[in-house]
Design a binder for this molecule. Structure first.
Ligand code: IPD
Ligand code: CA
Ligand code: CA
Ligand code: CA
Length: 264
């Protein structure tokens, strides 16, 4: 486990928000569900969790800026630090009673992702990472999978909301990956997909049309677990392109090549 004042702040914020999410899970009729776009829902659970995380982070680090999925950007006086917060990653799962969602908090310092916390309240799985200090699941140090043969690999991916991103591109990519991997999964929470790469449950994962809050924390986790994460096109920093490809060194390289070929 990582013991640092920063981790304490992040973990406390995530755990506090998790209590509300656990209470609200399964109570969909009381959650004032509305639609941000086709297939893209938001509920009182998302908003409440975000307020809890926002207040905790602002209290502990008053000057830092925030990028919040529901409320948007809050500028801080300290322009070198920005939190990227997804208060409920996996809203579709949450609203359908599928117990797979998380709170994701990432910290960016001078353009670099330096710390991440992803908490799955249902499984009580806390993923944490800080640059140079490793990645952990609860108290266990994490390492990406050691598989080097795509035929043995399980690949995770994500699908964009209706009207956002290109389903044609995704279908080509999924076909290319399915043709060579042992299995494919669309589990439904981008932050956990990256956390699952960090702990070796998924060998590789890719997704396009993400937002910074979906990937910020997971990027640190994968890197601190010895993995590679770039944009889906192989650019070193995934944040500007809003796409990710992740895995161990060998399979990440192969994944990026497969995606390139599929679109080629
Ligand atoms: C979504 C989930 C999903 C991914 C979408 C995200 P949300 O986040 O991470 O797995 O495929 O692109 O927008 O809206 O549930 O926080
Ligand atoms: Ca999300
Ligand atoms: Ca969300
Ligand atoms: Ca959302």
């Amino acid at each position: 486990m990582i013991s640092s004042p920063l981790m304490t702040v992040m973990v406390d914020a995530a755990r506090k928000a998790a209590r509300g999410l656990k209470r609200d899970f399964g109570e969909v009729e009381n959650l004032q569900v509305s639609r941000k776009g086709p297939g893209d829902f938001v509920s009182a659970a998302d908003r409440k969790a975000e307020e809890v995380v926002r207040d905790a982070l602002m209290k502990a680090r008053p000057g830092y800026g925030l990028v919040l999925e529901e409320e948007g950007r809050i500028e801080g006086s300290d322009t070198s630090h920005t939190w990227h917060v997804d208060p409920l990653d996996g809203t579709t799962n949450f609203l359908h009673g599928i117990p797979h969602f998380a709170i994701s908090i990432g910290l960016e310092r001078e353009g670099q992702m330096v710390a991440g916390v992803i908490y799955d309240p249902i499984k009580d799985e806390l993923f944490v990472a800080e640059r140079g200090k490793g990645a952990y699941l609860n108290n266990r140090r994490l390492r990406v999978s050691a598989r080097t043969d795509m035929a043995d690999a399980v690949a995770g991916y994500g699908t964009p909301y209706l009207g956002r991103g290109s389903h044609a591109v995704l279908l080509r990519e999924v076909a290319a990956v399915m043709a060579v991997t042992g299995g494919t999964r669309r589990i439904g929470a981008a932050s956990l997909d990256l956390a699952y790469v960090a702990c070796g449950r998924l060998d590789v994962y890719w997704e396009r049309d993400l937002k910074t809050w979906d990937m910020a924390a997971g990027i640190v986790l994968v890197r601190e677990a010895g993995g590679f994460v770039t944009s889906a096109d192989g650019a070193p920093d995934p944040m500007p392109s809003k796409s990710v490809a992740a895995g161990n060194e060998t399979l990440h390289r192969e994944l990026v090549a497969l995606l390139r070929k599929a679109n080629g």
